[in-house]
Unconditional design. Sequence first.
Length: 105
Amino acid sequence: MEERNTQIDSLKFFLIFLVLVGHCLDIGLSSYLNNSLFRFIYSFHMPVFVLLSGMMFKEKGFKALMGGGYFFNSHILSIPSSVWRKNISLHWGLCYRLLAKGLCV
């Protein structure tokens, strides 16, 4: 069994911390797009996550996890995706109605 790479784990922790900071800036500032720290964090943290995911990808383990061909995989992944989209639409629809009625700030 391979040992974990602590440098990659530390980098992932740092990136997750930056996501937290970015979300706090998003909530706390009225004009966060003009904030240089916000723009700096959002300019690189997701591409680095993708890069790390690609570095850690093991095809053998992925095939065993997903069980086979493309048709099988696409159907497995489409179910949670459609449930998530429906939940998000309902959530934002409710928020919009409450805002329109002045029931929440």
